[in-house]
Write a protein that binds this ligand. Structure first.
Ligand code: SF4
Length: 201
């Protein structure tokens, strides 16, 4: 009997992830909503929504691995659409920070709901598969962050409140979040969390 030729799984995974990235981008264009948001404009709204408060434009540039002119243009458009506004930075009166308007917060909620296409595609996965994918994705993200290959995310794996495998006898919820003082499992791992504080901060 012949054998299926071996291909490194990481290589196949990279191809698959690239296809998923394309699908997510295409979905963002389809889901541009009432404000006809570009994917970058949607990313800016999602980023500001994740933050505990207003952020400088430079933070947006770093978080989205973009460039100052590109983000500046997108923020101008979002301001014209009245989804974000600029306010004085309380920490530095000469600086301006951007934040979501109430309309922007509403748009963030719409963007936060998975589209029908994505919901249907992910529905084929079991809870265990979803948890394993989330755990693997978070681990690869951390590896890339450690190598300065992607912007830093406010994720459990880099959070000072994260205690991995603190409950080894609880297979469903082995980890502990010291912020909310509760056990949790891989399925609840966060790759973006408003309560995150850097482990080395
Ligand atoms: S505070 Fe958020 S990021 Fe930190 S461990 Fe808890 S859930 Fe994870």
């Amino acid at each position: 009997m012949s054998e299926v030729p071996g291909v490194p799984p990481a290589q196949q995974l990279l191809v698959g992830l690239a296809r998923l990235g394309q699908a997510i981008r295409m979905d963002a264009w389809r889901n541009s909503g009432p404000y006809t948001l570009s994917p970058l404009q949607a990313d800016i709204i999602a980023f500001l929504d994740e933050q505990a408060g207003p952020r400088r434009q430079g933070d947006v540039v770093a978080a989205l691995a973009s460039t100052p002119p590109t983000v500046s243009d997108a923020v101008k458009v979002l301001r014209a659409k009245k989804l974000v506004e600029g306010v004085r930075d309380p920490a530095d009166a000469r600086a301006v920070v951007v934040r979501l308007t109430p309309e922007g917060e509403e748009e963030a909620r719409r963007l936060g709901a998975a589209s029908q296409v994505m919901s249907e595609a992910f529905a084929v996965l079991s809870e265990a598969d979803l948890a394993a994918m989330l755990r693997g994705t978070a681990a690869v993200m951390k590896g890339l962050q450690d190598r300065h290959a992607i912007p830093v995310s406010r994720m459990c794996l880099t959070c000072r409140f994260f205690a991995p495998d603190a409950h080894p006898r609880d297979a469903a919820r082995p980890h502990h979040c010291n912020f909310v003082d509760a056990p949790f499992g891989d399925a609840q791992l966060r790759v973006t969390c408003p309560d995150h504080q850097p482990a080395d901060g």
